[in-house]
Ligand binder design. Structure first.
Ligand SMILES: Cc1cc2nc3c(=O)[nH]c(=O)nc-3n(C[C@H](O)[C@H](O)[C@H](O)COP(=O)(O)OP(=O)(O)OC[C@H]3O[C@@H](n4cnc5c(N)ncnc54)[C@H](O)[C@@H]3O)c2cc1C
Length: 413
């Protein structure tokens, strides 16, 4: 017998994973999205199941590097002048979260979340029949300066303290693994546990097909407003229609802030915009994901082409993309892959939903019963989708979760 209907707002990877878990717990589920599945950040990301990452972005060391990067308008980190004042409060919070104490707290919370992320995905891949869309190729972090390599080694020590395997490699060993990398690379680290999906959009669409086959309903409609009721809320759509939802999960990625705000939760959510290009015939062979932490982008071999991208741009949800950023990344990528061709490449920009303390919000709404939040996963939404789905399902059922969920609470700000 059904445990009742739950509405999920947002058909990105988070909304889909939440729906999958609720379905398995015996709920009827309707997913509402203004465009349909995989319309947002979940469409064009790099495809990494980066569960081995435990370091929060907000950290004491980041500032020196950030200042250097920010000086270059096409560099790895930019603030669009038209958005500079609007992002200021977020930046101040980010700065406040960059002290050693908060960083230790965020690292522990991320290690817990990401430690549970892969087992949760393995369960979801198996049950949804999408397990053949994932590869365990590991990932190579490569460096072209001694300073950046030395800095990375400190981070690897931290990861190893959480049981994550990282093998330091010299330039020769790296080129044995990836012969097309240029001799600019002086060394790096191999992370064998890292996993990669064939293509994040295809995974989303396959999950959507499976959810439909299991009876989950999909509605294409834009939520304009939420009106709280004694239990749950009324979804008022821009079309003029409305639905009373006793239980609602908000998983609208970077667009979740105003919806949570209407329920009285002021969440400091903003977006880190990221760019990439996907090249069907790149003219170089890349066997596994290559990270270039010193340059702020990655090279990711997908079934649909080679995706070169990353970078962070603070520019909100409305400013048009600055495609010169993609050209700048390609120029950098050619230093590492001189033979890289871009003919037929498709450019994309996506909106990472980001919270200043580098932790998502996975939580009941603080002021309204029946409403739950699952957003703010920033650089790791694909990685953390399945575990987020399990945690939200536990919260809805009133069960204790395998990890401490307090660090992800909506009332922590
Ligand atoms: C360049 C780039 C590379 C990345 N690489 C990785 C990676 O390798 N690994 C990783 O783990 N993460 C990665 N990420 C992060 C990851 O893509 C995001 O964290 C994740 O996709 C967020 O998923 P989501 O479901 O919360 O949001 P989204 O995918 O953005 O989905 C939100 C959905 O909400 C819908 N919506 C919004 N407002 C409304 C409304 N009012 N009514 C109805 N529907 C609405 C939208 O249409 C959209 O479909 C990357 C991100 C970027 C930008």
């Amino acid at each position: 017998m059904s445990k009742g209907r739950i509405y999920v707002a947002g058909a990105g990877i988070i909304g889909m994973a939440v729906a999958a878990n609720l379905l398995q717990r015996g709920f009827d589920v309707t997913i509402v999205d203004r465009e349909g599945p995989a319309a947002g950040a979940s469409r064009g990301n790099a495809g990494a199941i980066a569960w081995t990452d435990v370091a929060p972005l907000a950290s004491p060391g980041l500032w020196k590097q950030a200042m250097r990067w920010i000086a270059d308008p096409l560099g790895p980190l930019t603030v669009r002048p038209a958005y500079a004042l609007k992002i200021l409060p977020w930046m101040l919070r980010f700065m406040a979260a960059s002290n050693s104490r908060q960083m230790r707290r965020s690292t522990k919370a991320l290690a817990d979340l990401n430690g549970a992320a892969l087992p949760a995905w393995e369960r979801l891949w198996r049950v949804s029949g999408t397990h053949n869309q994932v590869r365990r190729d590991g990932c190579l972090e490569v460096f072209d300066t001694e300073a950046s390599l030395t800095k990375a080694q400190a981070g690897w020590q931290e990861q190893r303290a959480f049981g994550i395997e990282i093998e330091q490699l010299d330039a020769g060993a790296i080129r044995d693994l990836e012969p097309d990398l240029s001799d600019r690379v002086i060394g790096g680290g191999f992370v064998p546990g890292w996993m990669q999906v064939d293509d994040p959009m295809l995974l989303c669409l396959s999950l959507a097909d499976w959810l439909r086959s299991q009876g989950v309903e999909f509605a294409v409609a834009e939520i304009g407003r939420l009106k709280p009721t004694d239990r749950g809320c009324v979804l008022l759509f821009k079309s003029g229609e409305q639905i009373a939802a006793e239980r609602l999960v908000i998983a609208c990625g970077a667009w979740s802030k105003s919806l949570a705000g209407q329920l009285g939760d002021s969440i400091p959510l903003d977006t880190e915009r990221g760019y990439n290009i996907t090249i069907p015939s790149p003219g170089v062979t890349v066997k596994r994901m290559i990270m270039l932490p010193g340059h702020g982008f990655v090279v990711s071999p997908l079934s649909t082409g080679l995706r070169v991208g990353g970078a962070v741009e603070f520019g909100g949800l409305k400013l048009s993309p600055n495609w010169k950023r993609v050209d700048a990344m390609v120029t950098k990528a050619r230093l590492f892959y001189p033979g890289l061709k871009t003919d037929g490449g498709e450019r994309w920009m996506g909106y990472r939903p980001s919270i200043p303390d580098s932790l998502p919000v996975i939580s009941p709404a603080s002021k309204h019963e029946g409403v739950f939040y699952a957003f703010g996963h920033a650089h790791h939404g694909l990685t953390e989708a399945a575990v987020t789905g399990e945690l939200i399902a536990d919260m809805i059922e009133g069960k204790t979760s395998v990890i401490d969920v307090k660090p992800f609470a909506a009332d922590r700000f």
